[in-house]
Design a protein around this ligand. Structure first.
Ligand SMILES: Cc1ncc(COP(=O)(O)O)c(C=O)c1O
Length: 388
């Protein structure tokens, strides 16, 4: 098949293109002099200054103090470290989490369960959000941590973190929010959220792959999970990835300065897409359309169409999106998120996630809609013929 005339990236929840300003800021640290921020000499101190400048930018994006931000190698590492550090400090107890946390939270909690911890997974409603009441009523005497992400990565729905945090903290229970998908898309302020731990990653906000952050509320316990050289005030050992951190800082600055404009633009693109979608294709459901959700994420199901097949056809036509199910060993594997939200196998198998970015424009939305209508018609045709 011929290479498509144009490739359109509509999978910004998976990762985002690097902000050219982040790339420019990173280049001297990739191509320049050696730079270990722990070294006392000139080269080391230059790197230290660059890391601290970047930390201040990440902190500003979160409404936090730089000293409370620990720079990590990824969002996954930040998430794992909150949970494994808890298990290091405390004897086995109880953890409450939403049933559709990111795998880096779910799998870490599962490891704790194998070591004698108990976990309660709170299911969301069909609007893609957990109820604060359900989370709080799962909290018991033995509960040591509540994990509730700020924005769900597949459905894009926002979760009631401020209410959960306020009610859990009143009971002395620590609250952790994975904000990887929310940061840079909606305003995030750690004080307003009231959580104890919050995490995010650079590559979701047009920074480089391989950098993340963990914010720790002053006074919240955290011993440090990676041990070694004692970097990051003993909270995360390992020589800092200076170039990635500098890129993260530049991306965080861009996200903070442009958050409002980007959100308005993305919401406009999504509204155009969703309007066009229901007009062009029959039997489409837009999931959680009336819930509070990220401005750029659209999650939908197209009846009678296999999402995997559709995704592959769209890719061949030049459009990158993702699906809500995967085909493993001949069986459809429904994403745990969609299962938790109560979607059945059929709905999940026909679902698609489209996530826009500031680089997309209206012309691309229209081109995508035309391609989607064409591919859906092609996939539905044989099914109609069989039905006759
Ligand atoms: C909600 C959420 N948390 C954590 C992560 C993991 O981040 P990273 O890719 O930086 O490890 C992701 C990435 O997909 C995510 O969507």
């Amino acid at each position: 098949m011929a290479e498509p005339a144009r490739r359109v990236y509509l999978d910004h929840n998976a990762t985002t293109p690097l902000d050219p300003r982040a790339l420019a800021a990173m280049m001297p640290w990739l191509a320049g002099a050696p730079a270990n921020p722990s070294s006392a000499h000139f080269f080391g101190q230059a790197a230290r200054a660059a890391v601290e400048e970047a930390r201040a930018e990440v902190a500003a994006l979160l409404g936090a103090r730089p000293i409370d931000v620990v720079l990590t190698g990824s969002g996954t590492e930040a998430n794992n470290s909150v949970i494994f550090d808890l298990a290091e400090r405390e004897p086995p107890g109880h953890v409450v989490l939403s049933a559709f946390e990111h795998a880096s939270v779910r799998a870490a909690v599962e490891r704790l369960v194998r070591r004698g911890w108990e976990a309660t997974r709170v299911s969301p409603g069909s609007d893609g959000a957990v109820r604060a009441d359900d989370v709080v009523s799962a909290v018991g005497e033995a509960t040591r941590l509540v994990c509730l992400m700020l924005a769900q990565n597949e459905l894009g729905t926002l979760q009631p973190v401020p209410e959960v945090a306020a009610r859990c903290r009143a009971r002395g229970v620590l609250v952790f929010s994975d904000a990887a998908q929310a940061v840079g898309k909606v305003p995030v302020d750690v004080a307003a959220l009231g959580v104890d731990y919050l995490t995010c990653g650079a590559h979701k906000i047009h920074g480089p792959l391989g950098a993340g952050a963990l914010w720790i509320r002053p006074g919240a316990p955290f011993g440090g999970w990676l041990v070694g050289g004692g970097q990051e005030r003993k909270r995360r050992s390992g020589t800092e990835n200076v170039a990635a951190i500098v890129g993260f800082g530049a991306a965080a600055r861009g996200a903070r300065e442009e958050l409002g404009a980007r959100a308005a633009r993305l919401a406009g693109l999504r509204a155009r897409f969703e309007r066009g979608l229901v007009a062009a294709i029959a039997d489409v459901s837009i999931h959680c359309a009336h819930a509070e959700r990220l401005p750029h994420t659209s999650h939908l199901a197209i009846a009678g169409v296999d999402g995997q097949e559709l995704m592959i056809r769209l890719d061949l036509a030049g459009f990158a999106v993702s699906t809500g199910s995967a085909c493993g060993s001949g069986a459809v594997e429904v994403s745990p998120t969609l299962r938790a939200a109560g979607y059945d196998e059929r709905e999940a198998a026909s679902s698609l996630r489209v996530s826009f970015g500031p680089g997309n424009d209206e012309e691309e939305v229209d081109l995508f809609l035309a391609a989607l209508a064409r591919e859906v018609a092609a996939l539905r045709r044989p099914i109609a013929a069989v039905g006759r």
